[in-house]
Design a protein around this ligand. Structure first.
Ligand SMILES: [Zn+2]
Ligand SMILES: [Zn+2]
Length: 151
């Protein structure tokens, strides 16, 4: 299973995008590969897949700091949508900071530049974070207890 939750292995799913061997045809694929890039700390890829308009607001260092601080454990793609100019992907990405579980719930907007989908910006929806107890089911949905999995 890939980090992004697809049943394919990472090597066949998100890795070819991250390594520049292929280009996502849909923004959902790009979104998933950016999520997997956070999981594997491929920060250059995350930076390079920002749209040219927003790329300068970010640095590899900032991205790396966030990627090291959190551990993404689960991705839910809720809805995809498009209009004449943009594609949209609404998702929930669950991540741990120690035993604190937070959910990044965002509707991202993607734009095509030179034939490639890039992340432009997004609208965030507030989500409560909560503490995970040792005996709770792991938030990665492995079916194991937290203490035996990501705890
Ligand atoms: Zn994937
Ligand atoms: Zn787990």
């Amino acid at each position: 299973m890939c980090f992004c939750g697809n049943t394919q292995a990472f090597e066949q799913c998100c890795k070819p995008f991250i390594k520049g061997q292929s280009t996502p045809h849909q923004s959902e694929q790009l979104m998933r590969s950016r999520y997997s890039a956070y999981c594997t700390k491929e920060c250059e890829y995350i930076l390079n897949t920002y749209a040219s308009k927003t790329r300068s607001e970010h640095t590899v260092e900032d991205i790396l700091m966030f990627a090291q601080q959190v551990k993404f454990v689960h991705l839910d793609v809720i809805e995809t949508d498009q209009d004449d100019q943009y594609q949209y992907v609404e998702f929930k990405a669950s991540y741990l900071e120690g035993v604190q579980l937070s959910v990044l719930h965002e509707r991202s907007r993607f734009v095509k530049e030179n034939g490639a989908w890039l992340y432009l910006d997004g609208v965030l929806y507030p989500e409560e974070s909560k503490k995970v107890s040792r005996n709770d089911p792991c938030p990665c949905l492995s079916g194991k207890k937290f203490k035996k999995c990501h705890g």
